[in-house]
Design a protein around this ligand. Structure first.
Ligand code: PRP
Ligand code: MN
Ligand code: MG
Length: 179
């Protein structure tokens, strides 16, 4: 375990089990629909990559880069589109892939935006859900694990852009962000 991590919340094995379980649900729910998986950069990368290996039907990959944190440990609520989709999603089944839903600002903004582009459907899959962090009401459609209100990093999740490459999700030692 990395020295800056207090405890592991989701091990590599647990993440693998989640990807298998949700992957088979998505396979069943989207059979013959050829959905577009819309990953929200940068946090989505490890989860989208591993989850997609367990989706056994045609899917298209697309990405958007949105940011709500602008560094630090709390969301600003101000969601910025840094990079938009390069495809039309009109009449497509869209499945947004996220690492975490915290305040709900990012996903409530992005789902509204994608629905307004006349997608046939817009759903959300997230590895982690932190309902205690909600400021804006939002309910993801597929959830890997519900976690308590702690600042987590790893497997895509960053603190000031680092720790995304950890293969597990862990709680950062408060000493790291209070110094
Ligand atoms: C983080 C995280 C989610 C979002 C969740 O992204 O990856 O996308 O915040 O927070 P919210 O529910 O409070 O909106 P961030 O803005 O840090 O960008 P990143 O994915 O590039 O780290
Ligand atoms: Mn993100
Ligand atoms: Mg971030």
């Amino acid at each position: 375990m990395h020295n800056d991590i207090e405890k592991i919340l989701l091990s590599e094995q647990e993440i693998e089990a989640i990807c298998k379980k949700i992957g088979s649900q998505i396979t069943a729910d989207y059979e013959n629909k050829k959905p577009v998986l819309v990953g929200l950069l940068k946090g989505c990368i490890p989860f989208m990559s591993d989850l997609a290996k367990h989706i056994n039907t045609h899917v298209e990959f697309a990405y958007m880069s949105v940011s709500s944190y602008h560094g630090g440990i709390s969301s600003s609520g101000d969601v910025k589109i840094k990079l938009d989709l390069d495809i039309s999603i009109k009449d497509r089944d869209v499945l947004i892939v996220e690492d975490i839903v915290d305040t709900g600002s990012t996903l409530s903004t992005i789902t509204k935006m994608l629905k307004s582009r006349d997608a046939k459907s817009v759903k959300v899959v997230t590895l982690l859900d932190k309902p205690a962090g909600r400021v804006v009401e939002f309910y993801p459609d597929y959830i890997g694990k519900t976690i308590p209100k702690e600042f987590v990093v790893g497997y895509g999740l960053d603190y000031d852009e680092f720790y995304r490459n950890l293969p597990y999700v862990g709680v950062l030692k408060p000493s790291v962000y209070t110094k």
